[in-house]
Design a protein around this ligand. Structure first.
Ligand SMILES: NC(=O)c1ccc[n+]([C@@H]2O[C@H](COP(=O)([O-])OP(=O)(O)OC[C@H]3O[C@@H](n4cnc5c(N)ncnc54)[C@H](O)[C@@H]3O)[C@@H](O)[C@H]2O)c1
Length: 474
């Protein structure tokens, strides 16, 4: 990349790094700086950026770091200025930082200033007063000029940003973070509207930042209206996500959460199969071949490539046919689909969709459809004999696949083996025999949403995708 393009790129990446730095603990900053410097020394894809980030991180701590290339203290002043910290002398040190960075990257000083500072802040030093009060004013102006606009990302923006590889990685990490206590996730709030044959849910959550990802907070407003496709020509599930800066509370992005929900749901199923299905699984069956099923298949392809034979079943044959012709696979009966090594159920969960007699020993089932009280897709006899892994205790017992058998006494809570997060981080290990059936009971966690929304937002900001709107007054 040419220096100018590099600097433009840098400017677009800065906001996320700054938000993260504001809330990061010192030990974490040091660890991250060390990792970045190692990456730079190994000649990563953008080593100069890694170096720069490492300097910023170290210098913010007041350490000497290795400051041969950049003037000591200057980048931290720039960082402070851009983070909106009123530090004395910040203006002068910002100029030093600009000149130092320009020297390192052999770029014209004005290009650096333009790239690092928003246009209105870029001024020639000759015209700027150097006295302390002017510097204070400059720092204040920098603070007030902080970009407070919100990035609006439509469904097509989200689709173009979405990478199933990233979704799977983000969701796996979200489950692990939750199991390690690095997330906050109040219980989902349900608004049940029987008169409209549907419900709404509000799903807030926060995940801490670490290993290169900034902390993130947000809330999803999402519904489940199973009759929507037939009655209104709309998807059963639609949603909107608000991603906020945990440090300042600014709404960073408002994005379509319909695709986000399907992607993170598909990713969760694939992550569960990765950790629970028998090694060498060769067939995957879908019972319910709607929207979630498509994303589940996509996500499984991230883990298994094209190694899985795909069988699709649906109570509505047209749905199975359209799934198979668009995404690959063969239309079969529900019984045949349930006989696969991996079974993904994503029906509305109002009628039993999978019988015990159809399921073979050694099968892993992703039970995705039951995500509200009273919903159930599997014959309770499957659960009685299976190793049950849930996504989260409160949600699963309240509204997951196990909620009905628990309420009827067909299942006891102590028959639940673990959460998926516990399996991922290794605190619980299923003693899996070749005969064992495993069931992942998914209700859908808010941490999955915030983790994926964070990735989408960071990618959108770096590609300048979406529409920036002054949504809230600042
Ligand atoms: N666990 C989660 O995280 C999560 C996330 C999103 C949606 N969901 C739930 O998943 C379910 C499916 O959502 P969707 O967006 O794919 O809906 P969808 O309407 O696109 O697809 C559901 C499909 O199931 C079929 N179906 C209905 N009853 C069936 C049965 N008995 N046997 C076989 N097929 C049957 C329907 O014909 C339809 O094609 C909903 O209940 C939704 O609430 C769960």
């Amino acid at each position: 990349m040419a220096p100018r393009a590099q600097l433009r790129d840098l400017a677009s990446r800065f906001p996320g790094a700054l938000r993260e730095l504001e809330t990061m603990a010192e030990a974490e900053i040091r660890a991250r700086a060390a990792a970045l410097r190692t990456a730079a020394e190994r000649g990563g894809r953008e080593p100069w950026m890694a170096w720069l980030a490492a300097y910023h991180l170290l210098l913010r701590l007041g350490g000497d770091g290795t400051s041969d290339d950049l003037a000591a203290g200057a980048p931290s002043a720039l960082l402070a200025a851009r983070a909106g910290v009123h530090a004395p002398g910040v203006g002068r040190r910002t100029e030093e930082a600009i000149r130092a960075i320009a020297a390192v990257f052999e770029a014209p000083r004005d290009d650096v200033a333009r790239a690092l500072l928003p246009r209105r802040r870029h001024r020639d030093p000759a015209t700027r007063s150097t006295n302390a009060s002017a510097e204070g004013k400059l720092a204040a102006r920098m603070t007030s000029d902080r970009d407070t606009r919100t990035r609006i990302l439509s469904a097509s923006d989200v689709r173009s940003l979405l990478s199933m590889e990233k979704a799977v990685a983000a969701v796996e990490r979200a489950f692990a973070d939750h199991a390690r206590g690095l997330a906050q996730m109040p219980a989902k709030v349900y608004l049940s509207l029987e008169q409209h044959a549907g419900d709404f849910r509000a799903m807030p959550s926060y995940v801490e930042g670490h290993d290169g990802a900034p902390p993130a907070a947000g809330v999803k407003w999402v519904n489940s209206h199973p009759d929507n496709p037939k009655r209104h020509g709309l998807p059963s599930v639609m949603g909107v996500y608000i991603l906020s800066d945990p440090a300042t509370a600014l709404p960073l992005a408002v994005l379509d959460a319909t695709v986000l929900t399907a992607a993170r749901t598909g990713a969760a199923a694939a992550v569960a199969s990765k950790h629970l299905a028998k090694p060498g699984a060769r067939t995957i069956g879908f019972i319910g071949s709607g929207v979630q099923a498509r994303y589940m298949l996509d996500a499984h392809r991230v883990i298994y490539g094209d190694a899985l034979e795909v069988l699709a079943a649906d109570i509505d044959p047209r749905a199975a046919e359209s799934f198979a012709s668009a995404w690959g696979g063969r239309v079969v009966s529900a019984e045949e689909a349930a006989g696969c090594d991996i079974v993904c159920a994503s029906t509305p969960g109002r009628t039993r969709a999978v019988e015990r007699a159809w399921v073979r020993p050694g099968t892993h089932i992703n039970a995705m459809g039951a995500d509200a009280p009273g919903k159930q897709e599997l014959d309770a006899a499957i659960l009685q004999q299976a190793i049950i892994v849930i996504d989260e205790h409160h949600q699963a017992t309240h509204s997951g696949e196990i909620n009905v058998p628990l309420s009827t006494g067909a299942l006891r809570e102590d028959q639940v083996f673990a959460t998926l997060g516990e399996i991922i981080i290794g605190t619980k290990k299923p003693a899996r025999s070749a005969q064992a059936i495993t069931v992942f009971d998914s209700t859908g966690l808010a941490v999955q949403d915030v983790a994926l929304a964070r990735v989408l937002f960071e990618d959108a900001a770096s590609r300048d995708l979406g529409t920036l709107v002054q949504l809230v007054s600042s």
